[in-house]
Design a protein around this ligand. Structure first.
Ligand SMILES: NC(=O)c1ccc[n+]([C@@H]2O[C@H](COP(=O)([O-])OP(=O)(O)OC[C@H]3O[C@@H](n4cnc5c(N)ncnc54)[C@H](OP(=O)(O)O)[C@@H]3O)[C@@H](O)[C@H]2O)c1
Length: 357
């Protein structure tokens, strides 16, 4: 059965995920070379600084790339960075048609489609562009705004939107597959954050301990308030091993003790300001893992770009800890629906990924 270009683009998007946790700040890219409806080469951008997806796929295709169609999730680059331009590699291989997912937002690298067209290659762009953009949301965000990180809010909750029981216990609401998925998610961000109460109650490690070993271990962030943070908790006690940042209102916190443990302290009067400081410190993609009050404050300020909600098949009741707290919200007529990016079963749990509408 011949492979259609659309099927090849789905496959290329799948291949691109192989670079998760390994290529940032570069984008995830996948590529399939099609010759008469047969896939003759596959590639992906596997490591920062390494071969681009097109090069890997062309290498696999060899001579069969001549006259073939290259299906690639992101516009091939036209500039020399750590690697020579992919556009020239496609031309040298004799590819006659290129199908592109999303355009490259990086002004330095874009222009690839135009260069291919001027060399006589037939270019079709915008194929599954939405999927390609969702896949590289952090990369697109980085090229579009510089005031704050691309921010993902992840919460594991009950059917009645509780993230812990009445005693504050949340381990474990979700099942093993969902927790494994969270470790995968962690590998692809620059920092992982929680609120002060979560740091105290859960004593989390906030490290990526799944199948993907991130190229750079994510930093850890605690949005502290007026409450104390235990110095023998995982986050502070291992601050000299895994970079740890505590954000605290001006004049609060035990700065001297924290810094002696190797913690980087940011004093900030507001969440938007703190986000700006994190961004300036190199956090392009931030994963916030709760709790409910931090989630509510971020949503109220419009600081969340993506929600990853894991719904477990159980009820915890009104005495449980709410998933979103302290945000009064507004009338239904003003509530903008979020866009569903993905709905997936993770064992007995359900993952819902949504981007801000
Ligand atoms: N199921 C899940 O996915 C999940 C995830 C995380 C947590 N949890 C559970 O949720 C519970 C904790 O959640 P929570 O809602 O009580 O608290 P939280 O959101 O973890 O922490 C709230 C605290 O964060 C600090 N903070 C700093 N800036 C803030 C801001 N702008 N807005 C709000 N808080 C800010 C304050 O610290 P101070 O208190 O120091 O002033 C505040 O009291 C625990 O029981 C935990 O087990 C579940």
């Amino acid at each position: 059965v011949p492979v259609t270009e659309l099927e090849a683009m789905h496959r290329a998007l799948e291949l691109a995920w192989n670079g998760w946790g390994r290529v940032a700040p570069n984008p995830l890219v996948g590529c399939v070379i099609l010759q008469d409806g047969v896939s003759v080469g596959e590639g992906w951008h596997a490591d920062y600084g390494g071969w681009h997806a097109e090069r890997m796929a062309l290498e696999a295709a060899g001579d069969r790339a001549r006259g073939a169609t290259a299906v690639v999730t992101l516009e091939p680059c036209a500039h020399t960075g750590k690697q020579p331009p992919c556009v020239e590699a496609l031309l040298a291989a004799g590819v006659s048609r290129v199908v592109i997912g999303a355009g490259d937002p990086n002004p330095l690298a874009s222009g690839g489609a135009a260069r291919l067209r001027s060399a006589g290659v037939v270019v079709e762009d915008g194929v599954l562009a939405g999927e390609a953009q969702h896949q590289n949301a952090a990369f697109f965000h980085r090229h579009q705004r510089h005031d704050r990180p691309w921010t993902v809010l992840k919460l594991a909750m009950s059917l009645d939107a509780r993230i812990a029981d009445a005693t504050g216990r949340s381990q474990w609401i979700s099942g093993e597959e969902a927790r494994e998925w969270v470790h995968w998610l962690r590998a692809g961000v620059d920092a992982i954050a929680v609120g002060g109460a979560t740091a105290r109650t859960d004593n989390p490690r906030l490290t990526a301990r799944g199948s993907v070993t991130p190229r750079r271990p994510p930093r850890r962030v605690v949005f502290a308030g007026r409450g104390s943070l235990p110095t023998d908790g995982h986050l502070l006690a291992t601050a000299s091993e895994v970079e740890t940042i505590v954000v605290v209102p001006p004049g609060h916190g035990d700065r001297a003790t924290w810094e002696a443990l190797g913690v980087h302290v940011i004093e900030s009067g507001s969440l938007p300001q703190a986000m700006g400081v994190l961004k300036a410190a190199g956090v392009d993609a931030l994963l916030v893992e709760g709790g409910g009050r931090l989630a509510g404050a971020l949503l109220a300020e419009g600081l969340v770009d993506r929600c990853c909600l894991i719904q477990a098949p159980l009820f915890l009741g009104t005495a449980g800890v709410p998933a979103v707290a302290g945000w009064p919200g507004g009338p239904l007529a003003d509530a903008t629906p979020w866009n569903v990016v993905e709905r997936r079963a993770l064992g007995r749990d359900t993952l819902l990924v949504l981007d801000r509408g």
